[in-house]
Design a protein around this ligand. Structure first.
Ligand SMILES: *[C@@H]1O[C@H](CO)[C@@H](O)[C@H](O)[C@H]1NC(C)=O
Ligand SMILES: *[C@@H]1O[C@H](CO)[C@@H](O)[C@H](O)[C@H]1NC(C)=O
Ligand SMILES: *[C@@H]1O[C@H](CO)[C@@H](O)[C@H](O)[C@H]1NC(C)=O
Length: 406
């Protein structure tokens, strides 16, 4: 069994020119007559009658990122004065916020409510898989980043661009999953950004992780140390789960049920789980067309370190590496007390990744936390914050009423 696991995990670090072959989107797309499955984010948004703009920016360390904007609602010509910036989770992209369609997806809901909506894309996802001189197809150096670099470089660069473009001093920041981790990294490492955030909303926050319950993340965490050694030899790479690894997920989590099989062969759902109650079957092919959107192996290893250590801290390079990098044998903790912008936390009972104990610990560590809201639906899971049938009534309406306080 262990040998099998090891083989599976080695498999997921192998480079492959065609990630799509692992994820069977062809089969799914073939049965889908919904064009949203293959249209781009701006194409989908404009198809539904909303304006959309796309921008490319370069980070100080030369990654080229894509930003999307819905500058105003459908029936308006004026750009609203309040900016809402949305940051997606791991293996996701700006597509997350629109996949559910008008009056359901958070980007549309906020545009209808009179916000100027911006959506970031983290380095390494398929919309930000570019660099001024490194080739993501061939360069290991391109993939040598975790969510630390996304929080330290990408998020500040995108926020500065948005503020400059809109001529504003501050904005609302809404993050989901890794989009909350990167917010906490940015704020603790670069506290001058506190002044640029009117309020932050954490949907399924992830800081501490030692109480998460995702079976596949437990497997990755179990193998984190040997995997780390292995990756030192073969290089940190793009996260491309092998067929074997994914069918392991499928066998552990799913029976022969065809709906759950589709989900379990999708890396994102296999890792995060799903609740049939909140799942809109019509959206499945569309989700599969846009996710998983890509990530680096190091992002997962960094989370695996959190699961094993119980710390929310910088990447652990081992004693010698830490001494070189940080001047101490331990990787430094992120200092939550430096996060002085108002923070609102939204969490749920059935979340495989954002465990209640871990959320409580994050909550009590933050310097200016304004509230903690439990989603009033026991089956609500990690991805339901973006794809759930009732995300609007259970989460977004609350977020919007809180935004209006500021
Ligand atoms: C990457 O960025 C370069 C320079 O801006 C651009 O010419 C190229 O089209 C981009 N490649 C992709 C795949 O977006
Ligand atoms: C990387 O590979 C993809 C798919 O083969 C190709 O479309 C893209 O142009 C390549 N990018 C670079 C920078 O060579
Ligand atoms: C499921 O998604 C489709 C396509 O966006 C939509 O028309 C339908 O109303 C959704 N169903 C529910 C129950 O939300």
């Amino acid at each position: 069994m262990l040998v099998l696991l090891a083989l599976c995990l080695v498999g997921f670090a192998q480079p492959s020119p065609l990630p799509s072959k692992h994820l069977k989107p062809d089969r799914i797309q073939a049965t889908s007559d919904n064009e949203d499955t293959w249209l781009s984010v701006p194409e989908i948004i404009t198809k539904y009658g909303y304006p959309c703009e796309e921008y490319h920016i370069t980070t100080p360390d030369n990654y080229i990122l894509t930003l999307h904007r819905i500058p105003h609602g459908k029936n308006s010509k004026v750009t609203p004065s309040e900016v809402a910036y949305l940051q997606h989770g791991i293996l996701s992209s700006s597509a997350d916020w629109i996949i559910s369609g008008p009056s359901k997806g958070l980007a549309y809901v906020l545009a209808d409510e009179g916000y100027d909506v911006w959506m970031g894309n983290a380095r390494g996802n398929k919309l930000s898989r570019n660099h001024t001189y490194l080739n993501p197809n061939t360069s290991d150096e391109f993939w040598d980043f975790s969510w630390h670099e996304i929080g330290y470089y990408d998020l500040p660069a995108m926020i500065d661009f948005v503020l400059e473009k809109t001529n504003k001093d501050s904005l609302f920041h809404i993050g989901h999953s890794q989009g909350t981790t990167t917010f906490y990294v940015m704020m603790s490492m670069r506290p001058d950004y506190n002044a640029k955030v009117k309020a932050h909303f954490s949907l399924a926050p992830i800081g501490f992780m030692n109480h998460m319950t995702s079976p596949l993340m437990h497997i990755i965490a179990f193998w984190q140390k040997p995997m780390g050694l292995l990756l030192n030899l073969i290089g940190i790479r793009e996260f491309l789960p092998s067929n074997d690894f994914m069918s392991l997920g499928g066998n552990i989590l799913c029976g022969d049920d065809s709906l759950t099989q589709v989900l379990c062969t999708n890396a994102l759902f296999a890792i995060c789980g799903f609740s049939p109650k909140e799942m809109n079957g019509t959206l499945l092919p569309i989700m599969s067309g846009h996710t998983p959107a890509g990530a680096s192996t190091k992002q997962f290893l960094h989370y695996a370190q959190e699961i094993n250590s119980g710390h929310f801290r910088r990447y652990d390079y081992g004693m010698v590496g830490n001494l070189q990098k940080y001047g101490s044998i331990w990787a430094p903790d992120y200092d939550l007390k430096k996060i002085t912008a108002p923070v609102y936390i939204h969490y749920s009972n059935n979340d495989w990744l954002s465990g209640k104990t871990d959320v409580d610990r994050l909550y009590s560590g933050l310097a200016n936390v304004q509230g903690k809201f439990l989603v009033a639906e026991d089956s609500f899971n990690h991805l339901d914050y973006v794809f759930g049938i009732r995300a609007r009534e259970l989460v977004y309406n609350k977020v919007i009423s809180l935004m209006k306080r500021h």
